[in-house]
Design a protein around this ligand. Structure first.
Ligand SMILES: C[S@@+](CC[C@H](N)C(=O)[O-])C[C@H]1O[C@@H](n2cnc3c(N)ncnc32)[C@H](O)[C@@H]1O
Length: 317
């Protein structure tokens, strides 16, 4: 099992969270535990981390890696949208810092059986939580294979456009619907080849299926919905002075974080034409990053997966 996940913007996360002894921190996306390790080291001797992840495979690796910290580190399988409930179970009501490092880990990307990458042949799966089953609400399917084989052409085009900002969304969706008449589309590489054939063969720096893979993954895991809910759940859990750090990997995510932080930091929420402020609104955070913090050239050279990372941080007032 490859566990070579290099934590992105490691020093910056520590700089913003300022972990302290006796502090309690939530790592809402513990992954392989790289950032949790940093927080535990910086908050020695008795700072605590509650690490959450959807992925039981990742948690097994993180558990091994963070074993030496004993009771200072608790790992929980779950969704960060439920961090308030998960904290209650640990009898914790407020924390000193929260980190969300979004997207997929190297473990997920590099494991063919998880179906996240067109670089490896595997089942077209893409669930971060391999135990995620049919959604009872919509009866929609929640592996990428089910989405690709059962959705209408319009639904597919909408997913590719909305979550991948894919220019050729309609053409790709049409091609998929024709291809599946020959039989189900079951593997990552089979799917990537169909996408490749649908788009003009112009020289492009990225693989032609990159955006469609991103879109499907975001859809299957409800990533944008989870992010919006997670941010709303996070802020009330912070103690005054506590910090929320979010690392995003594409503009759709970054936009959500930027907008949320801006809304929380507003001093007035009166309608635009109100002559005098009557709302008596008080901001709940101070934004610490007017612009997102980006990885240095040296970090990107060492870890090319960091190249699209953006870190935003806000402090609870
Ligand atoms: C980029 S990795 C995190 C890497 C981690 N910071 C490290 O240093 O190893 C993102 C992780 O977040 C998890 N994840 C994504 N969305 C989640 C959610 N809504 N709730 C819990 N975990 C989530 C994924 O399963 C993945 O393991």
């Amino acid at each position: 099992m490859n566990t070579q996940h290099i934590p992105v913007l490691y020093d910056k996360v520590v700089e913003f969270l300022k972990p302290k002894p006796d502090g309690i921190y939530i790592d809402g996306t513990v992954g392989l535990g790289g950032h949790s390790l940093a927080i535990l080291k910086a908050s020695a001797p008795d700072g605590r981390v509650i690490g959450i992840d959807l992925d039981v495979e990742a948690l097994t690796v993180a558990k091994d890696r963070l074993h030496a910290f004993g009771g200072r580190c608790s790992l929980v399988n779950g969704n960060f949208t439920e961090m308030d409930v998960l904290l209650e179970r640990h009898s914790v009501h407020a924390v000193d810092g929260i980190l969300l490092d979004l997207g997929v880990s190297s473990l997920q990307l590099d494991a063919p059986h998880r179906g996240f990458s067109f670089n490896h042949t595997g089942p077209l799966d893409m669930r971060m939580d391999p135990r995620q089953e049919l959604s009872s609400e919509h009866e929609t399917a929640l592996t990428a294979m089910q989405v690709v084989n059962n959705s209408t052409v319009d639904v597919l085009a909408d997913i590719f456009k909305r979550y991948g900002e894919e220019r050729f969304a309609k053409r790709i969706a049409g091609r998929i619907v024709r291809a599946r008449q020959q039989g189900p589309i079951t593997t990552t590489t089979q799917f990537a080849e169909i996408v490749k054939q649908a788009v003009p063969q112009k020289a492009s720096k990225i693989h032609p299926a990159t955006r469609v893979f991103q879109a499907l993954r975001i859809h299957v895991n409800a990533e944008l919905e989870n992010l919006s809910t997670g941010l709303e759940v996070a802020i009330p859990l912070l103690k005054p002075g506590g910090c929320l750090c979010v690392i995003t990997f594409h503009s759709l995510e970054d936009r959500i974080v930027k907008h949320c932080f801006r809304t929380w930091a507003r001093t007035c929420i009166c309608p635009p034409k109100t002559p005098v402020c009557i709302c008596e609104h008080s901001p709940s955070v101070e934004v610490l990053t007017r612009r997102p913090v980006l990885p240095s050239v040296a970090e990107i050279q060492q870890n090319p997966r960091a190249r699209s990372a953006k870190l935003r941080a806000a402090r609870k007032l």
